[in-house]
Ligand binder design. Structure first.
Ligand code: DOR
Length: 430
């Protein structure tokens, strides 16, 4: 059945497109685009006042299945993605058991397919067996089973020799290494940034150097091996400069930043000891926020990824030192970027599309999506003026642990199409 999305502002920098038009969709693809495009019969949706973008992708999410379905599962994660405006996500391998063999990659992909989830779920395999950092995981097996990237996210690979060999394998498969940069001997038992916050709150500090040191090491290893390297959740100005310098030397280094590291910092932590603000790596400083925002606008940082890390309420209700690291992110990421970067004019819509739709797929070597005729109909529609309070109408995620709960946001996805089918319609997950 044909579908006509009418009266949209359509934006896609890959096409140099920013114009008011209609989109006709049939058999999962965009079949016509233009101000007068019509269909003979089918479903029409008037989306006046709204903006259509190529479907957004979040390349860093924790969906917790298998093993920790009480925190999240593929279905609830897929719904959270749709609610937040995403058509695709990349699931991290720190599940129980760890996703470190081909059959475990296949399990996640098959489960998602059997459940008929409308969000596209891609899978990252582990670099090392059990995320232990000692023996390489079955990377070839996982690649054959459909893993599109490799990472020990949640932990850094401490042994430089193991990290080097992991990169050598990834280079053969043409897949990027996604690097969680954390030198465990330097980070120690740190739970907040080492500096003002740790001193003020009497909590163990986690030095920025523990992250920057590993970024520098991994850049050196990428140069040595020729592997593509993607730095996950950058948090500091110095980290940005390391990435910038490596790129200027022509190395294939990409990076991401989370909304919480863009818009929150250690000053947000107070005597409430709000564990939703306990994240790995920790919130840094206001100066780091500015550097990260600038680098994202400039394109030194390629993309926004949420590091959606759902935990159960009883786990986050522990003392700050004992609570697990992580905040949810899928349902607020787009709105935060709209509110704090696009609205004030720090990022254009075209740049948002590049950072949240095109760059993640390019980094992962996935098929691009666009608003061109013939493209698969993966489309994010947003209302730029919709004012809402994060969490006020509940969450699709099983977790309520959002660092942004209660924030006023302006702009929100209202409709999401994946292969021509709605995963979100008028704000309701389908
Ligand atoms: O805050 C985080 N939580 N950072 C990570 O790297 C892992 C994640 C998790 O799995 O909970």
């Amino acid at each position: 059945m044909a579908l006509l999305l009418e009266n949209l502002r359509c934006i896609d920098p890959a096409l140099g497109l920013d114009e008011h038009c209609n989109l006709a969709i049939k058999d999962g693809r965009i079949v016509a685009r233009g101000p007068d495009v019509d269909i003979e019969k089918g479903v029409r949706r008037d989306l006046s006042g709204r903006i259509a973008l190529p479907g957004l992708m979040d390349m860093h999410v924790h969906l917790r299945e298998p093993g920790e379905e009480y925190k999240e599962d593929l279905a609830s994660g897929a719904r959270a993605a749709a609610r937040g405006g995403f058509t695709a996500v990349l699931a991290m391998p720190n599940t129980v058991p760890v996703c470190d063999t081909g059959s475990r990659v296949a399990f996640v992909l098959d489960k998602a397919a059997q459940a008929g989830l409308r969000t596209r779920i891609f899978v990252a395999g582990a670099l090392t067996q059990g995320l232990k950092g000692t023996s390489l995981a079955e990377m070839g097996d996982m690649h054959r089973a459909g893993a599109v990237a490799f990472t020990d996210d949640g932990r850094g690979v401490q042994d430089s020799g193991v990290a080097r060999r992991a990169m050598e394998y990834c280079r053969q498969f043409g897949t990027p290494v996604l690097s969680h940069c954390q030198a465990e001997d330097l980070a120690g038992a740190g739970v907040v940034n080492e500096g003002v916050a740790s001193t003020r709150l009497g909590l163990a500090g986690w030095a920025a150097a523990a992250e920057e040191f590993m970024i520098a090491r991994d850049i050196a290893l990428a140069e040595l091996t020729g592997s593509a390297l993607h730095i996950q959740h950058l948090t500091t100005a110095r980290g940005v400069e390391l990435v910038r310098a490596a790129r200027e030397r022509g190395l294939p280094i990409s990076s991401e930043v989370t909304p919480h590291h863009l818009f929150l910092n250690e000053d947000c932590l107070d005597e409430d000891y709000n564990t939703a603000l306990k994240v790995n790596p920790p919130l840094r400083t206001q100066a780091d926020n500015r550097a990260l925002q600038g680098a994202l606008a400039e394109g030194v940082i390629d993309c926004v990824a949420s590091d959606h890390a759902p935990h159960a309420a009883h786990e986050k209700a522990l003392e700050f030192e004992l609570a697990p690291f992580g905040t949810t992110g899928l349902e607020t990421s787009l709105a935060l970027v709209l509110t704090h970067l696009v609205r004030p004019g720090l990022l254009s819509y075209a740049q948002l599309v590049e950072r949240m739709a095109h760059a993640p797929r390019r980094i992962l070597g996935l098929e691009p999506v666009s608003l061109s005729v013939g493209s698969v109909a993966d489309i994010t529609v947003l209302d730029p003026e919709l004012r809402w309070t994060a969490g006020a109408d509940g969450w699709e995620s099983k977790s309520e642990g959002s660092a942004f709960a209660g924030s006023t946001l302006i702009g929100r996805a209202t409709d999401v199409y994946v292969g021509g089918y709605a995963s979100l319609q008028d704000g309701a997950v389908q």
